[in-house]
Structures are given as C-alpha cells and as structure tokens.
Design a protein around this ligand. Structure first.
Ligand code: SAH
Ligand code: SF4
Length: 402
C-alpha cells in the first residue's frame, strides 16, 4: 500500500470552479470580456482535454489578459489536496480529496484488465455529497451524517483528477459510477449538471451508458429522471425486499417504502428501455436468508432487472459482518431460479477502506467507546424487531425531503 499524506489546510477561496460552467455560460463570459467565440472552445479544451497536463499549463495558449481574468474569477480546480492510497497490487486507487472549505470526500479508481472478449476498463467511483443524510447503518458515510451538497465543479473535478492520472499512463476513463459518498438524488440538480458535463462531447464526452447513478430510493428523484429520459444507468440500493428490515437498513424506506421504489424504477425501465440494477449488500444473518431471497424474487421476478450481491465491507460501529460466500451463492441461486439475472461482486480495495465513505470516516475520528457500544446495541434491538416483521418506529431521517 502507498500513501501520500494530505497537507493543505482549508482556504477561504470561494471562486466558482470553472469546470462547473456550461458552454453557454462560458460563451457569455467570453463575450463580456470582448473575446471572440472560439475562445470558448480553447478554454473548454484546456479544462476538459488537457492530455494529462495541469490546467495552468493548458491555459498557456490563451492571451495573458484572459488567463489573468480566468484565474481571478474562477478556481481552476476545486480540489485543494488529494491523498492517494493504492491496493490490490495497484488495481484499486482510493483518493481522499480535501475541498477548499476543508470538507473531505473520496473517489475510488478501479482498473479491470482485459479478459477474454472484454476490453480493459477503468472505472471511477465518485461522491455527490460530503457525508449523507440517509444514515444506512452498514455504511461508513451514513455514520458520518450529512455535511453538505457538492457543487457541480466539485463532482466533476474528481473525474478530472482521475482522468489526468490515467492520461499520464496513456489510458482513459471508461466508466463513472456515483457510488461514493452521498445520496445523488438528494443533490439532483448538481448531479444532473455534472452528468451533462461528463456526457457532453465538447467537454468530457463519456456516453450515458457508461455513467451509473446509484440511489437508496428517493422516489420523487427517480420519477423526475424518468420524465427527463435516459441520462445514465440507474442502480437502486435494495438491500432488503421486506419493509420492516429495509426500514432499518435504508432508513429512508420509512418515507418511501420498497414497493414505491420498485414501482418508480419499473416505470423508469419501461420509459427508457434500460435495465435496472439492484444492489444488495449481504450481511450475515440479517438480510441473507432464503426468505429474503424469495421476497426479492416476488418483488422483481417479472421485471427487466439485474441484481448485484456484494459482501458487506467491514465497518466500525456495527455488530455485523459479511455473509459467508456459500450463503451468498445459495442466495444467488434462488434469485436465478426465480428468473433474475444475478452477479456476485467481489469486494475491491477492502484493505484501503474502499467501502463507501470509510477513509473519510477514519479521518473524522473514532467516536468514544460507549457511543459505539450504544449504536451497536440499538442495531441489535432494531434488527431483531425487524426480523420479527415489526416496522420501525424511528422517524424518517432529517434532511430526507418529501
Ligand atoms: N447513496 C447511494 C450511492 C452511494 S452508496 C446509494 O446508497 O445507493 C453506494 C453503494 O455502496 C450502495 O449500494 C451502498 O449500499 C453500498 N455500500 C455502502 N456501505 C457498504 C458496505 N459497508 N459494504 C458494502 N457495500 C456498501
Ligand atoms: Fe447514504 Fe448510500 Fe451510505 Fe446509505 S449507503 S448512508 S444512502 S451513501
């Protein structure tokens, strides 16, 4: 494992990030500075296709006065500092980014070598918020609570950083997944702005099919996406098909129960012709029983759906562990017999804490032992009640609108 430590302290820089500007906004800015329209193309190229060099170097082709105006009015990069850790023999690289106000977020770059007919892939997992309001107990980001929404530039700058690292090796990013910190559909306007920039052939230029947004089930957000038409691939974090258990594992289920989430996902799939991916984090003795597998078959059996089973990455503050592989295999067999395409995903980068939010959680400091003990006790009680089929009496998490 290699580590580059973070060093830079928070700054008072509040200039908007240049990568958050649409080409129209850039056009207005260029015109206001009395420059010809082709400068838009030049600036966008410098920001988006800098071939591995820093923006400062790429901007050298611009007249000095324009360079100065750009530097005064915009931040060329909203990521103040990045700590890199690599694992899996270099196949997984986890980046902890410090934003200008000191907020910590993370992204994970995963390299998949070519195998058989499938080409080599480089997938980046990015964050949409610092922390998360949903509070899933098995998720390290959920433990942190909500910090703030990321700006468009802060989302896409994670991509620019990874793309620059890859370009230095003559490689390109092939896939982007919004599976880092945060609930993307609770920051939907900015996530859509970021996807537009990542999709736009004149900016990052990655096809919609290569971008996946994962949600824990924000029904109004899914319905809004359906009305917009296909923008990217949608993944739903299911984890349990029974409401009582899902109330505990994905607390926003108390606001939007699982049947409503699946109905919205089904309508999205029918309207866009796209298959929906459902993610299930497998937790030993909690959501991995034959009855849970059968409940998923009942829920999704006739849908255009695919299920990914992911062994839970260990997270402090929970009494839980990953389901054993034979249990996951039996679970997968039940789903397949029920007609649902199912994949078992191997954990990536576990040793560098690649589970959602883990590195940032480490930085936030370990809570006092009695706090951890109380959380664990509460989870044991809540999951025992859920396994008896009792719905949660806990409130909907604060910050989950609707
Ligand atoms: N908030 C969104 C996207 C970010 S989480 C969502 O929940 O879908 C991305 C994925 O990581 C989700 O499927 C989530 O359930 C999963 N995840 C979180 N913590 C995990 C852990 N400890 N082990 C395995 N998967 C985890
Ligand atoms: Fe938030 Fe997703 Fe983590 Fe749940 S799993 S707390 S929704 S980031």
């Amino acid at each position: 494992m290699t580590t580059t430590p973070l060093s830079i302290l928070p700054t008072s820089d509040t200039r908007p990030g240049i990568s958050g500007l649409s080409l129209d906004e850039l056009g207005t800015w260029v015109a206001a500075h009395g420059q010809p329209p082709y400068r838009v193309r030049q600036i966008a190229d410098a920001v988006w296709t800098d071939g591995g060099q820093t923006e400062a170097a790429a901007f050298r082709t611009l007249p000095a006065s324009l360079r100065e105006a750009l530097g005064t009015e915009f931040a060329l990069d909203t990521v103040a500092d990045t700590e890199l850790r690599s694992a899996d023999g270099g196949l997984t690289e986890k980046a902890l980014h410090r934003l200008r106000d000191g907020a910590l977020i993370e992204s994970v770059l995963m390299h998949y070598p070519a195998r058989g007919a499938s080409r080599e892939r480089h997938t980046l997992c990015i964050s949409s918020q610092a922390g998360c309001a949903v509070g899933c107990p098995f998720c390290a980001t959920g433990e942190l609570g909500f910090g703030r929404d990321l700006e468009v530039a802060e989302i896409v700058d994670q991509v620019r950083h990874a793309a620059r690292r890859l370009a230095a090796d003559g490689k390109r990013l092939t896939n982007i997944v919004f599976m880092g910190m945060g609930e993307p559909l609770l920051n939907l306007d900015r996530v859509l702005g970021a996807v537009e920039a990542l999709n736009d052939p004149r900016r990052f230029g990655l096809g919609a099919r290569h971008i996946t947004v994962s949600t824990s089930g924000v029904v109004p957000g899914i319905r809004r996406l359906t009305a917009l038409g296909p923008q990217f691939t949608l993944a739903i974090s299911l984890h349990a098909a029974r409401d009582a258990l899902r109330d505990v594992l994905v607390p926003l289920n108390r606001r939007w129960p699982v049947a409503e989430v699946v109905a919205a996902a089904r309508d999205h799939s029918l309207a866009t012709g796209r298959r929906i991916s459902y993610e299930v984090t497998m937790i030993a003795g909690i959501n991995d029983t034959p009855a849970d597998a059968e409940a998923i078959v009942d829920l999704l059996g006739d849908d255009h759906a695919h299920v990914n089973l992911i062994p839970m990455n260990p997270v402090a503050h929970t009494p839980w562990t990953a389901s054993p592989m034979p249990v996951i295999e039996a679970f997968a067999a039940t789903l397949r017999e029920g007609g649902i395409g199912t994949t078992i995903r191997r954990n990536r980068g576990q040793e560098v804490g690649a589970a959602c939010g883990q590195l940032a959680a480490e930085r936030a400091g370990e809570p006092a032992a009695p706090v951890v003990a109380r959380r664990r006790e509460r989870l044991v009680v809540a999951s025992a009640e859920a396994l008896r089929g009792e719905r949660s009496h806990e409130p909907v998490p604060a910050g989950v609108d609707g």
